[in-house]
Structure formats: C-alpha cells, structure tokens
Design a protein around this ligand. Sequence first.
Ligand code: SF4
Length: 194
Amino acid sequence: MEEAAAGAKAIIAWGSCASNGCIQAANPNPTGAKPISKVINGKPIINVPGCPPIGEIMAGTIVHLLTFDRIPQLDGLGRPKAFYSRRVHDTCYRRPNYDAGLFVVTFDDENAKRGYCLYKMGCRGPVTYNAYGVTCWNNGVSYPIQSGHGCIGCSEANFWDNGPFYQHLASFPGFGIETTADKIGVAVGAVTVA
Ligand code: SF4
C-alpha cells in the first residue's frame, strides 16, 4: 500500500472499510484491521465512508480534485464537507413525523405502514452525517429509511461498535419528542469530544 501511495497527490479512502475499518475493525477486532489513515503517513487522505459508499459522492470527490487541483474541504473525520456536513435526520422526508411525535414501534405495526418516523426502531439518522437522504443509492432509487429500515449510521467512525441497531431508543438520555436534531447533535458531539 505504501508503494502504491508513494506518487499519489492524495488518497481517497473509498467506503467504510478504508475510511474507518468498518465491521472487521469492530471490537474485539481480532485481525487488527485498520483504516488507510492509520497505515499511510504524509499524504492527504480523503475519507468517503458508507457501507456501501455512494457512487455520486465518489464521482463528486474526484471531479473536485480534477477541477480545482486541490482536495475538497474536509470535516473532522476527513470527509468532504460537501457531502457529510448535514445529518441524515436533517433531510429525512419522515422528519415531520419525528417532530410530531409519530413513531413506528414495531416493524409490522400500522405506523410502519403509514411511514412514520423510525427513531424508536433504532434509527441513527439524528447522529449520522451523510448526503444519502438526498442522493439515495442506485442512481437515486432509494435508501434504508425509504425502504422502512432505520439508518445504521454507516458513515460514522466505529459505527458498528456504537450501535445499538434495532433497539428501541425511547429512553435515550436527553431526548424528548420536542427535542430538535440540533440539540441531539450538540449533545452527541459533546459526548464524542469528551
Ligand atoms: S429519526 Fe430517522 S426516520 Fe426519523 S426523521 Fe430522523 S432520520 Fe428520519
């Protein structure tokens, strides 16, 4: 990998495996899996996480490099801000249901059929930064929430360890129906910094 990187202007870590280690780096990480940023030194590294990552985001990152001859603005996790600066929750079409306190409680209940918010099914959209609520996957066909499943937060570092998936989050500390995503983001950010 170091030999291949030697002449590179910058390195794009494509997908969650390359960006943050993904599932094989999850605790207890028996193989010692690690992201590219922990293998290569001295080169700009652009993380484009997602499991799977989204083609349009990769294309946009490469086009930026070729057009402007410099790496795009990155966030604290090395992700292009153009695609990772907003929470999934901020662009989710189910957000009005969240704000109104209308939630799916089991995957087969009437509220699931109505398309209510998946927060209580473990949706991690409020703490996940990704443009997929806008771009979707497969040429704009769909994305997990549109298919009736909550976001699992795959573009966040250590997402596999951070879970919980499929768990009822009603008692998540500091949350309430009237709590906004901004407050959630600030609270989670403070915990992360700590
Ligand atoms: S919690 Fe999930 S399903 Fe509900 S509005 Fe936020 S992103 Fe959408």
